[in-house]
Design a binder for this molecule. Structure first.
Ligand code: MN
Length: 362
């Protein structure tokens, strides 16, 4: 299966009346930024559009929510995360149709992921859509929907959404990208490129950013909201996690863990563990960094980061996960101790393979 064209996808969206967007769990700036931009544009075009979510939105991403998000937990009868009162107000005792105007969207659109396993609690709603589209940039994603646009060369799904909105502007002969939508796309690209420093950054990332600045996007205000806006609990969690970090593989790997107990001790939420893996990767000599997080379901979520040559998507896929070459993740259904042991072994092995490659090439 190959990709559809932007023309085909925009034509399909144009003929639809309702669209549900499905970003992955643990939304990052790209997942929510891309979904927010597309949702805003679709509403401008008079469509019923909602972002369905199943977990908490990180504090620094709240500004991208814009009243577009519906938490599906209450429809399942329980509030598992987030502001229970707010969610209850929105959805308790109501059906999906009560809140969104439809229970079966014309289009269900998977965004910034390529697998319904990334949104378990929403997969039935996704499957129930009349038609499905996938927009993604993860190299490990396979086309699985009726229409797909998966571009591993795109630094962020935000770049794909930008192209799609430009195409929709042509179809409708209308300006769609305003300051708010532009801010969401800029945030998506800024976060997924690590502020235009990661190796996935291309001239296109910069060109789209430049276009958005010319449209009047206040990138500095977005950067302040995204980065200079963190809770003290997050800094304390970071400090505790770094304190217990272990360095191994001769200084080429770093790993730490965040347990539920550790989070409670500083009053932090799990999404505040964001950035710890990157901090470890910043260490001189470290090639692979691994953060192990104990989820509230007891399973371990591993976030892997590589600096130059290592391929952490390969390590993650060995454990049933995926992602990018330099940023990947997987869920480990085992104890923290087992996860630490197995990850240590997998990382050491991956680094040894790289060494062997080097010897052969020299
Ligand atoms: Mn992304």
């Amino acid at each position: 299966m190959k990709n559809n064209t932007m023309k085909e996808i925009s034509a399909k969206l144009a003929e639809s009346r309702s669209v549900f967007l499905f970003p992955h769990v643990h939304m990052d700036g790209d997942a929510l930024g891309s979904a927010s931009a597309l949702c805003g544009a679709l509403r401008k075009l008079g469509k019923t559009a909602w972002i369905l979510i199943e977990d908490e939105i990180a504090d620094n991403l709240q500004f991208l929510e814009r009243g577009y998000c519906v938490d599906v937990n209450c429809f399942n009868g329980t509030v598992q995360n987030g502001d229970a009162e707010k969610l209850t107000e929105q959805t308790a005792g109501r059906t999906l149709k009560d809140v969104t105007g439809t229970e079966r969207a014309d289009i269900c659109l998977c965004i910034d992921c390529g697998d319904t396993g990334r949104f378990e609690k929403r997969r039935n709603i996704f499957a129930d859509g009349v038609f499905r589209i996938c927009l993604d940039h993860h190299a490990t994603s396979k086309p699985f929907a009726e229409m797909n646009y998966i571009d591993p060369k795109a630094a962020a799904t935000g770049e794909i959404v930008y192209d799609l909105l430009r195409e929709l502007e042509t179809v409708y002969s209308a300006d769609l990208i305003d300051e708010k939508i532009g801010e969401a796309i800029f945030s998506a690209i800024m976060t997924d490129t690590g502020n235009f420093q990661y190796s996935n950054t291309t001239s296109k990332s910069h060109k789209v950013a430049a276009e958005l600045i010319e449209l009047g996007v206040d990138f500095h205000a977005a950067a302040v909201k995204l980065y200079q806006n963190i809770n003290v609990s997050r800094v304390r969690l970071n400090a505790k996690a770094i304190e217990r970090m272990k360095i191994f593989a001769g200084g080429r790997a770093a790993m730490t863990s965040v347990t539920q107990m550790l989070m409670q001790s500083v009053g932090a939420a799990m999404n505040e563990a964001e950035g710890i893996a990157e901090t470890m990767r910043n260490l001189r000599g470290v090639e692979i960094a691994v953060l192990l997080k104990e989820n509230d379901d007891g399973w371990i979520r591993a976030s892997l980061r590589a600096k130059t040559k290592a391929d952490v998507a390969r390590i993650a896929s060995r454990f049933g996960g995926g992602g990018h070459v330099k940023a990947a993740g997987c869920t480990l259904k085992m104890t923290m101790q087992e996860a630490e042991e197995q990850m240590t072994a997998a990382v050491e092995e991956a680094l040894q393979e790289k060494e062997m490659d080097g010897t052969q090439n020299s």
